[in-house]
Design a protein around this ligand. Structure first.
Ligand code: FMN
Length: 392
């Protein structure tokens, strides 16, 4: 059984963007695709991959190659996972569940967003191996309550996003009238009406099946509805969060604990010293601090601080060759964001499954060209050649 008709022309992850753009209201499309301020980091994330070239290796029998890769004690079918994306279910019908199910079937990790509009308990039920990403504030009772909820739901891998101490400036979104939660304006209503496929297949269908989506996973109870006149002021408190909070959480959370949003080797060393299980080297897909360094540039120096931690890369991964480059530069695994959300918007679980297959096939193909039968082969790193700098 091949991909659904709507995906017949989608042959790589980047091909999901155009149909997703046509499907989504303009404000939603901008919300998913844009970056902060001048979008320099957003572009830099992609451009950083083009600074490396791959050397092929000929006449090596790679007929028995495998894309399997170990991460945090589990062997996955491919070396990539689905990154957390807030409000996904506003884009595609029950998108987080589509991620959860497609990831479980393909045996890849799925990290659900703490800003998801579907309760974490439902996600854990659909995929008992799913991970939970939390946005936490400097209030330990609140952190403890959220962590307990995640534990009781069955999550054993908790990821704290630490690169968002304050709200970003995404001018495009604000100009489009997109706030989070969204404010019900005439402009938003017209935008929705102009995109009837999204309106019926995603938004109205959600209203009929589960009612108005709410921000479900910030605390122990249900949060605000996604359409609301007033935005929560929680973000304001995140700027007080510090390493002591993480040390305390390490002592309390019995499962695997990771930080997401690390770009500094010294911070990586601190995380290792605290006994964290891993870090995600990420600039949040260029969505928070603009001109934040593309994570690929700092990956090797951060990987040098690895110790026993898992090093996970995210930002701008669109091709199998990107995955191989990140692994060769020191990552154990990569995560991918936007293309999976595009895929879930236009074709739900089948779309996500198609995206997973495409990326896995590209990795497999790249491995064959590099004469590499297994992803832990240390020679992988030797076949990645940096572009020489043009000099002063
Ligand atoms: C629409 C959208 C929502 C996001 N929401 C979250 C979130 O709730 N938590 C988080 O840690 N990262 C969030 N991210 C960042 C992603 O997890 C990831 O770091 C980034 O998208 C990776 O870059 P890529 O999209 O180029 O693959 C979001 C990204 C997008 C595009």
């Amino acid at each position: 059984m091949g991909p659904p008709r709507s995906l017949r022309r989608v042959k790589c992850l980047e091909d999901f963007a155009a149909p997703a753009r046509a499907f989504l209201p303009a404000a939603l499309w901008e919300f998913v695709s844009t970056g902060a301020d001048g979008r320099v980091s957003l572009r830099g994330n992609r451009a950083s991959f083009n600074r490396y070239w791959l050397k092929t290796k000929i006449l090596t029998d790679v007929s028995g190659r495998s894309t399997a890769k170990q991460l945090l004690g589990k062997t996955y079918g491919a070396p990539f996972g689905i990154a957390p994306m807030g409000a996904s279910a506003l884009f595609g019908f029950e998108a987080d569940l589509a991620f959860a199910r497609a990831a479980a079937k393909a045996n890849i990790p799925f990290l659900m967003s703490g800003s998801a509009l579907i309760p974490m308990e439902k996600i854990a039920e659909a995929n008992p191996d799913a991970w939970f990403q939390a946005y936490v504030i400097h209030e330990r009772d609140a952190i403890a309550a959220l962590a307990d909820r995640a534990w009781n739901a069955g999550f054993r891998t908790l990821v704290i996003t630490v690169d968002a101490p304050v709200a970003p400036n995404r001018g495009v979104n604000l100009r489009q009238g997109f706030y989070y939660p969204m404010r019900p304006t005439l402009r938003i209503a017209v935008d929705g009406l102009l995109h009837p496929r999204w309106l019926f297949r995603s938004f109205f269908r959600t209203l009929v099946s589960t009612g108005m989506p709410h921000i479900e996973n910030y605390g122990t109870g249900r949060g605000m509805p996604i359409l609301s006149w007033s935005a929560p002021d929680r973000r304001m408190h995140r700027d007080a969060l510090d390493w002591e909070d993480m040390k305390w959480l390490r002592g309390r959370w019995k499962g695997r604990l990771l930080l997401k949003g690390v770009l500094d080797a010294e911070d990586a060393g601190t995380a290792r010293g605290m006994g964290l299980d891993g870090i995600m080297v990420s600039n949040h897909g260029g969505r928070y601090l603009d001109t934040a360094i593309p994570p690929l540039k700092v990956l090797p120096e951060i990987a040098a601080e690895k110790g026993g931690m898992a090093i996970i890369y995210d930002g701008g991964v669109r091709r199998g060759t990107d995955v191989i480059k990140a692994l060769g530069l020191g990552a154990d695994f990569v995560f991918v964001g936007r293309p999976f959300l595009h895929a879930a918007a236009i074709a739900e679980e089948a779309g996500v499954a198609h995206a997973i297959e495409l990326l896995a096939a590209e990795i497999d193909r790249t491995m064959a060209f590099l004469g590499c039968a297994d992803l832990d082969d240390h020679r992988l790193g030797l076949q990645i050649v940096p572009e020489e700098s043009p000099g002063p």
